[in-house]
Design a binder for this molecule. Structure first.
Ligand SMILES: C[S@@+](CC[C@H](N)C(=O)[O-])C[C@H]1O[C@@H](n2cnc3c(N)ncnc32)[C@H](O)[C@@H]1O
Length: 333
């Protein structure tokens, strides 16, 4: 599958999971694709539904995609803008980044948003308490060399075409408003921020909000899929076993490197939770009992993974759950 990468970057971007998510939704019938938390939009732009409502509380993302939709931003405009602004960045030895950042925090220009997203430290998206973009410069004054400008220009062109051929609406609104607009024939892909993991102006998330989301999805009668993490080397996401306990679960491991050393290769298990059956999905209670009985690692695919760190984690999880089950007076077969 050719993956279309959006021109905006963010730490929560699901590029690596797009193929898996697409495969899981291809046999589901629906009239309209809805994302209450579109972020960079990479999931919708690759699933490519005919009709979609894509929402986010971050106004800059929505303004950017509406500007592409209305053709205020085209690939030609982007090429010219990044070439000219890139020159200024280079001749100022990088100081110009902070001029653009101040300007953007005053007027929210979507082209400046893209410039910052592509030249800030690590492609992060972070806003301070006043809603100002506050990520520092990546410290590469020649950031917008010809090759990168061409790459971003092509990304804008591809996404423009996808938007042009679909019936897509971009809305700057809180997820609770989106929940009220759902129709039972919608398929909702939900990728909320992780509880307690990352807090900034447009992007904080609490347990209460997660419960509101679950209730809103359940009560609207839609089919839904929710992306979340299941475990990493240190922690397990226990919300899966309470807030989302009625869902089916399918999992996928993905690796990240710490400091570039092969030995520091850590696995994270990602989960898709759904009220419909997905590829290889099992019920949440089955997943929980596998963990309690140490029947498999934290995955829905038996015996596939060989990760010692995960085994440690399973054992810790087993202890915790065994205790919880004992306390609740439940027996697991
Ligand atoms: C994990 S990111 C989504 C990433 C996206 N799937 C992607 O691949 O780029 C979560 C998104 O939720 C948005 N968000 C946070 N709180 C929100 C709220 N209360 N209502 C709507 N969107 C919210 C953030 O701005 C962020 O873009």
């Amino acid at each position: 599958m050719k993956i279309f990468v959006p021109p905006i970057k963010s730490q929560g971007i699901k590029t690596k999971l797009v193929e898996w998510i697409s495969a899981n939704v291809e046999n589901i019938d629906y009239d309209r694709w809805v994302e209450p938390f579109m972020g960079t939009g990479v999931v919708a732009f690759n699933v490519r539904p005919k009709k979609a409502i894509l929402c986010d509380s971050n106004p800059h993302l929505i303004r950017f995609y509406n500007a592409i939709k209305n053709k205020e931003i085209t690939s030609g405009i982007v090429r010219k803008h990044l070439t000219e602004e890139g020159q200024k960045l280079l001749s100022s030895s990088g100081d110009y980044y902070y001029e653009v950042r101040n300007r953007f925090n005053d007027n929210g220009n979507p082209l400046d948003f893209m410039f910052l997203s592509r030249s800030c430290f690590n492609g992060m998206m972070r806003f301070n308490r006043k809603g100002g973009f506050n990520v520092p410069f990546c410290k590469k004054p020649n950031r917008f060399a010809q090759a990168l400008v061409t790459k971003i220009t092509n990304q804008v062109e591809n996404i423009s075409q996808i938007i042009q051929y679909g019936d897509y609406t971009f809305k700057n609104q809180d997820f609770q408003v989106t929940l009220k607009e759902l129709n039972p024939t919608d398929l909702v892909y939900s990728d909320p921020p992780y509880i307690g993991r990352h807090v900034d102006y447009f992007d904080s998330w609490s347990e209460d909000e997660e419960i509101i989301l679950r209730n809103g999805l359940d009560n609207s009668g839609v089919k839904y899929i929710l992306s979340t993490w299941l475990s990493n080397k240190y922690r397990t996401n226990n919300y899966i076993y309470d807030i989302w306990k009625e869902c089916n679960v399918t999992t996928k491991e993905h690796f990240y490197h710490v400091g570039g050393k092969e030995t520091n290769r850590n696995a994270v298990y990602e989960a898709l939770l759904s009220n419909v059956e997905l590829d290889n999905s099992i019920s949440n209670s089955e997943m929980k009992s596998r963990i309690v009985l140490n029947k498999s690692r934290l995955t829905t695919e038996d015996n596939k993974y060989e990760i010692p760190e995960q085994l440690t984690l399973v054992l810790e999880e087993q202890q915790r759950l065994t205790k919880a089950i004992h306390n609740a007076g439940l027996a697991v077969n």
